[in-house]
Design a protein around this ligand. Structure first.
Ligand code: ADE
Length: 284
Protein backbone atom coordinates (compact mmCIF):
# COMPACT_ATOMS: atom_id res chain seq x y z
CA UNK A 1 0.00 0.00 0.00
CA UNK A 2 1.31 3.46 -0.88
CA UNK A 3 2.03 5.71 2.12
CA UNK A 4 0.02 8.94 2.05
CA UNK A 5 2.39 11.92 2.07
CA UNK A 6 1.97 14.61 4.75
CA UNK A 7 0.10 17.78 3.70
CA UNK A 8 2.39 20.60 2.59
CA UNK A 9 3.25 23.05 5.33
CA UNK A 10 1.68 26.42 4.66
CA UNK A 11 2.61 29.96 5.62
CA UNK A 12 0.48 33.00 4.91
CA UNK A 13 1.85 36.25 3.56
CA UNK A 14 -0.28 39.31 4.23
CA UNK A 15 0.27 42.38 2.08
CA UNK A 16 -1.41 45.24 3.84
CA UNK A 17 -2.61 48.07 1.66
CA UNK A 18 -3.33 51.57 2.80
CA UNK A 19 -5.04 51.31 6.18
CA UNK A 20 -4.31 47.61 6.77
CA UNK A 21 -0.53 47.59 7.21
CA UNK A 22 -0.70 47.50 11.00
CA UNK A 23 1.40 44.69 12.51
CA UNK A 24 -1.00 44.37 15.50
CA UNK A 25 -2.81 41.69 13.50
CA UNK A 26 0.10 39.31 14.32
CA UNK A 27 1.09 37.77 17.67
CA UNK A 28 4.70 36.98 18.65
CA UNK A 29 6.05 39.55 16.17
CA UNK A 30 9.60 40.04 15.05
CA UNK A 31 11.04 42.17 12.26
CA UNK A 32 13.25 40.82 9.52
CA UNK A 33 15.03 43.04 7.00
CA UNK A 34 15.68 41.18 3.74
CA UNK A 35 17.06 41.79 0.27
CA UNK A 36 16.16 39.95 -2.97
CA UNK A 37 17.68 39.56 -6.46
CA UNK A 38 15.16 42.25 -7.51
CA UNK A 39 16.10 44.74 -4.80
CA UNK A 40 14.58 45.56 -1.45
CA UNK A 41 10.89 45.07 -0.58
CA UNK A 42 8.76 48.02 0.54
CA UNK A 43 9.69 47.52 4.22
CA UNK A 44 10.83 44.94 6.77
CA UNK A 45 8.93 41.66 6.88
CA UNK A 46 7.01 41.21 10.13
CA UNK A 47 7.01 37.55 11.14
CA UNK A 48 4.44 36.27 13.61
CA UNK A 49 1.29 34.19 13.86
CA UNK A 50 -2.47 34.40 13.87
CA UNK A 51 -4.01 31.72 16.11
CA UNK A 52 -0.80 29.69 15.85
CA UNK A 53 -0.68 29.87 12.01
CA UNK A 54 2.65 31.25 10.78
CA UNK A 55 2.27 34.53 8.89
CA UNK A 56 4.44 37.24 7.36
CA UNK A 57 3.17 40.80 7.04
CA UNK A 58 4.46 43.37 4.57
CA UNK A 59 3.23 46.96 4.25
CA UNK A 60 2.84 47.49 0.50
CA UNK A 61 3.57 51.22 0.62
CA UNK A 62 6.03 50.92 3.54
CA UNK A 63 4.90 51.45 7.12
CA UNK A 64 5.05 55.22 6.77
CA UNK A 65 3.10 55.07 3.47
CA UNK A 66 6.10 56.61 1.68
CA UNK A 67 6.27 54.43 -1.45
CA UNK A 68 4.01 55.62 -4.27
CA UNK A 69 2.36 52.98 -6.48
CA UNK A 70 4.75 53.27 -9.47
CA UNK A 71 7.76 52.92 -7.15
CA UNK A 72 6.55 49.83 -5.27
CA UNK A 73 9.03 47.03 -5.94
CA UNK A 74 6.34 44.40 -6.51
CA UNK A 75 8.86 41.78 -7.60
CA UNK A 76 10.95 42.22 -4.46
CA UNK A 77 7.80 42.10 -2.29
CA UNK A 78 6.52 38.83 -3.79
CA UNK A 79 10.01 37.28 -3.99
CA UNK A 80 10.74 38.13 -0.34
CA UNK A 81 7.47 36.57 0.86
CA UNK A 82 7.99 33.42 -1.21
CA UNK A 83 11.62 33.15 0.00
CA UNK A 84 10.30 33.36 3.58
CA UNK A 85 8.25 30.23 2.85
CA UNK A 86 4.85 31.76 2.11
CA UNK A 87 2.48 29.55 0.14
CA UNK A 88 -0.44 32.01 0.23
CA UNK A 89 -0.80 35.75 -0.14
CA UNK A 90 -3.91 37.40 1.19
CA UNK A 91 -3.88 41.11 0.53
CA UNK A 92 -5.95 44.18 1.11
CA UNK A 93 -6.27 47.18 -1.14
CA UNK A 94 -8.24 50.40 -0.95
CA UNK A 95 -10.17 51.11 -4.15
CA UNK A 96 -12.73 53.31 -5.81
CA UNK A 97 -16.12 51.93 -6.81
CA UNK A 98 -17.24 51.98 -10.45
CA UNK A 99 -20.71 50.59 -9.61
CA UNK A 100 -23.66 52.15 -7.87
CA UNK A 101 -24.21 48.98 -5.77
CA UNK A 102 -20.62 48.82 -4.50
CA UNK A 103 -20.87 51.31 -1.68
CA UNK A 104 -17.95 52.97 0.10
CA UNK A 105 -17.23 50.59 3.01
CA UNK A 106 -18.04 47.44 0.97
CA UNK A 107 -15.53 44.60 0.51
CA UNK A 108 -14.99 43.04 -2.91
CA UNK A 109 -13.33 39.63 -3.28
CA UNK A 110 -11.67 40.21 -6.64
CA UNK A 111 -11.75 37.63 -9.43
CA UNK A 112 -10.49 39.58 -12.47
CA UNK A 113 -8.39 42.60 -13.41
CA UNK A 114 -7.90 45.05 -16.27
CA UNK A 115 -4.31 46.28 -16.50
CA UNK A 116 -3.93 50.01 -17.21
CA UNK A 117 -0.43 50.28 -15.72
CA UNK A 118 2.45 51.43 -17.92
CA UNK A 119 5.68 51.57 -15.92
CA UNK A 120 6.02 48.31 -13.96
CA UNK A 121 8.10 45.14 -14.14
CA UNK A 122 5.54 42.38 -14.64
CA UNK A 123 7.61 39.17 -14.67
CA UNK A 124 10.48 37.52 -12.79
CA UNK A 125 11.65 35.99 -16.09
CA UNK A 126 13.09 39.16 -17.61
CA UNK A 127 16.35 37.77 -19.03
CA UNK A 128 18.51 39.83 -16.67
CA UNK A 129 21.42 38.27 -14.78
CA UNK A 130 20.09 36.47 -11.69
CA UNK A 131 16.58 35.99 -13.09
CA UNK A 132 15.28 32.46 -13.72
CA UNK A 133 15.99 31.04 -17.17
CA UNK A 134 13.47 31.33 -20.01
CA UNK A 135 10.43 33.42 -20.91
CA UNK A 136 7.21 32.88 -18.94
CA UNK A 137 3.90 33.08 -20.84
CA UNK A 138 1.55 32.44 -17.93
CA UNK A 139 -2.19 31.88 -18.52
CA UNK A 140 -4.11 34.65 -16.71
CA UNK A 141 -7.73 33.54 -17.22
CA UNK A 142 -8.00 32.89 -13.45
CA UNK A 143 -5.66 35.39 -11.79
CA UNK A 144 -6.89 34.92 -8.20
CA UNK A 145 -6.88 31.59 -6.30
CA UNK A 146 -10.54 30.39 -6.34
CA UNK A 147 -10.04 28.22 -3.23
CA UNK A 148 -8.62 31.04 -1.11
CA UNK A 149 -11.29 33.42 -2.47
CA UNK A 150 -14.02 31.01 -1.38
CA UNK A 151 -12.71 31.05 2.20
CA UNK A 152 -12.67 34.88 2.23
CA UNK A 153 -16.24 34.97 0.87
CA UNK A 154 -17.45 32.45 3.47
CA UNK A 155 -15.80 34.50 6.23
CA UNK A 156 -17.45 37.74 5.02
CA UNK A 157 -20.82 35.92 5.13
CA UNK A 158 -20.14 34.52 8.59
CA UNK A 159 -19.11 37.92 9.94
CA UNK A 160 -22.06 39.59 8.17
CA UNK A 161 -19.78 42.12 6.50
CA UNK A 162 -21.22 43.75 3.34
CA UNK A 163 -19.29 42.26 0.44
CA UNK A 164 -19.37 41.30 -3.24
CA UNK A 165 -18.35 37.76 -4.18
CA UNK A 166 -16.55 38.83 -7.35
CA UNK A 167 -15.29 41.95 -9.04
CA UNK A 168 -13.04 43.20 -11.81
CA UNK A 169 -10.31 45.55 -10.63
CA UNK A 170 -9.04 48.21 -13.03
CA UNK A 171 -5.48 49.04 -11.97
CA UNK A 172 -4.27 52.43 -13.19
CA UNK A 173 -0.70 53.69 -13.06
CA UNK A 174 -1.47 56.67 -10.85
CA UNK A 175 -0.50 58.52 -8.80
CA UNK A 176 -3.23 60.79 -10.15
CA UNK A 177 -6.84 59.64 -10.02
CA UNK A 178 -8.76 59.09 -13.28
CA UNK A 179 -10.40 61.72 -15.46
CA UNK A 180 -14.20 61.53 -15.64
CA UNK A 181 -13.94 60.26 -19.24
CA UNK A 182 -11.57 57.49 -18.13
CA UNK A 183 -13.80 56.57 -15.20
CA UNK A 184 -16.85 56.27 -17.49
CA UNK A 185 -14.86 54.26 -20.01
CA UNK A 186 -13.72 51.80 -17.29
CA UNK A 187 -17.37 51.29 -16.37
CA UNK A 188 -18.22 50.51 -20.01
CA UNK A 189 -15.33 48.03 -20.12
CA UNK A 190 -16.85 46.09 -17.22
CA UNK A 191 -14.63 47.36 -14.42
CA UNK A 192 -16.23 47.18 -10.97
CA UNK A 193 -13.52 48.78 -8.83
CA UNK A 194 -10.37 50.80 -9.43
CA UNK A 195 -6.99 51.04 -7.68
CA UNK A 196 -3.27 51.48 -8.35
CA UNK A 197 -1.70 48.26 -7.03
CA UNK A 198 -3.42 44.95 -7.90
CA UNK A 199 -1.37 44.67 -11.10
CA UNK A 200 1.35 43.42 -11.32
CA UNK A 201 1.17 42.00 -7.76
CA UNK A 202 -1.40 39.32 -8.62
CA UNK A 203 0.43 38.22 -11.78
CA UNK A 204 3.79 37.99 -10.00
CA UNK A 205 2.23 35.95 -7.19
CA UNK A 206 0.85 33.53 -9.78
CA UNK A 207 4.26 33.34 -11.47
CA UNK A 208 5.70 32.49 -8.04
CA UNK A 209 3.16 29.63 -7.71
CA UNK A 210 1.41 31.23 -4.73
CA UNK A 211 -2.30 31.13 -3.85
CA UNK A 212 -3.25 34.82 -4.05
CA UNK A 213 -6.54 36.43 -3.03
CA UNK A 214 -7.46 40.06 -2.47
CA UNK A 215 -10.00 41.90 -0.35
CA UNK A 216 -10.61 45.23 -2.08
CA UNK A 217 -12.12 47.83 0.22
CA UNK A 218 -14.17 50.52 -1.49
CA UNK A 219 -13.44 53.99 -0.17
CA UNK A 220 -15.13 56.24 -2.78
CA UNK A 221 -17.11 56.36 -6.05
CA UNK A 222 -14.15 57.49 -8.20
CA UNK A 223 -15.48 60.37 -10.37
CA UNK A 224 -18.02 58.87 -12.83
CA UNK A 225 -21.10 60.10 -10.97
CA UNK A 226 -22.78 63.33 -12.04
CA UNK A 227 -22.97 64.43 -8.42
CA UNK A 228 -19.52 65.95 -7.69
CA UNK A 229 -20.18 65.60 -3.95
CA UNK A 230 -19.19 61.96 -4.40
CA UNK A 231 -15.94 62.46 -6.31
CA UNK A 232 -12.75 60.84 -5.08
CA UNK A 233 -10.23 62.86 -3.08
CA UNK A 234 -7.54 61.95 -0.59
CA UNK A 235 -9.80 63.33 2.15
CA UNK A 236 -12.73 61.11 1.07
CA UNK A 237 -10.49 58.03 0.89
CA UNK A 238 -8.92 58.64 4.32
CA UNK A 239 -12.33 59.11 5.92
CA UNK A 240 -13.45 55.59 4.96
CA UNK A 241 -10.06 53.92 5.63
CA UNK A 242 -10.39 53.44 9.33
CA UNK A 243 -13.67 51.52 9.41
CA UNK A 244 -12.53 49.48 6.41
CA UNK A 245 -9.23 48.54 8.04
CA UNK A 246 -11.03 47.24 11.10
CA UNK A 247 -13.26 45.05 8.87
CA UNK A 248 -10.21 43.83 6.96
CA UNK A 249 -8.47 42.75 10.16
CA UNK A 250 -11.55 40.79 11.24
CA UNK A 251 -11.77 39.06 7.86
CA UNK A 252 -8.08 38.10 7.84
CA UNK A 253 -8.07 36.93 11.48
CA UNK A 254 -11.01 34.59 10.79
CA UNK A 255 -9.80 33.44 7.38
CA UNK A 256 -6.23 32.50 8.36
CA UNK A 257 -7.11 29.56 10.69
CA UNK A 258 -9.62 28.32 8.08
CA UNK A 259 -6.96 28.42 5.35
CA UNK A 260 -4.64 26.44 7.64
CA UNK A 261 -7.27 23.71 8.17
CA UNK A 262 -7.16 22.63 4.52
CA UNK A 263 -4.66 20.40 2.74
CA UNK A 264 -3.20 22.60 -0.04
CA UNK A 265 -0.75 20.05 -1.45
CA UNK A 266 -2.70 19.41 -4.68
CA UNK A 267 -3.47 23.11 -5.31
CA UNK A 268 0.17 24.15 -4.79
CA UNK A 269 1.34 21.33 -7.06
CA UNK A 270 -1.13 22.45 -9.73
CA UNK A 271 0.18 26.03 -9.42
CA UNK A 272 3.75 24.77 -9.82
CA UNK A 273 2.90 22.74 -12.91
CA UNK A 274 1.04 25.68 -14.50
CA UNK A 275 4.14 27.86 -14.11
CA UNK A 276 6.67 25.26 -15.22
CA UNK A 277 4.64 24.43 -18.33
CA UNK A 278 4.47 28.16 -19.21
CA UNK A 279 8.23 28.66 -19.43
CA UNK A 280 9.85 28.64 -22.85
CA UNK A 281 13.51 27.71 -22.51
CA UNK A 282 16.21 28.49 -25.08
CA UNK A 283 17.03 25.50 -27.36
CA UNK A 284 19.78 23.34 -25.77
N1 ADE B 1 -7.77 54.05 -4.37
C1 ADE B 1 -8.85 54.43 -3.65
N2 ADE B 1 -9.77 55.05 -4.43
C2 ADE B 1 -9.23 55.06 -5.69
C3 ADE B 1 -9.68 55.55 -6.95
N3 ADE B 1 -10.86 56.16 -7.07
N4 ADE B 1 -8.86 55.40 -8.02
C4 ADE B 1 -7.67 54.77 -7.90
N5 ADE B 1 -7.20 54.29 -6.75
C5 ADE B 1 -7.97 54.42 -5.64
Amino acid sequence: MEAKSAPRKIKIGIIGGSGLDNPDILDNRREKHVDTPYGKPSDALILGDVGGVECVLLARHGRGHTVMPTNINFRANVHALKAEGCTHLIVSTACGSLREDIHPGDMVILDQFIDRTTKRATTFYDGNPGSPLGVCHLPMDTPFCPHTRKILIDVCKELEIRHHESGTMVTIEGPRFSSRAESKMFRMWGGDVINMTTVPEVALAKEAGLCYAAVAMATDYDCWRDDPGHHVSVEAVLKVFKGNAEKGVRIFKSAIPKIAQRDWSAVLEENRVTVSSSIMLPPS
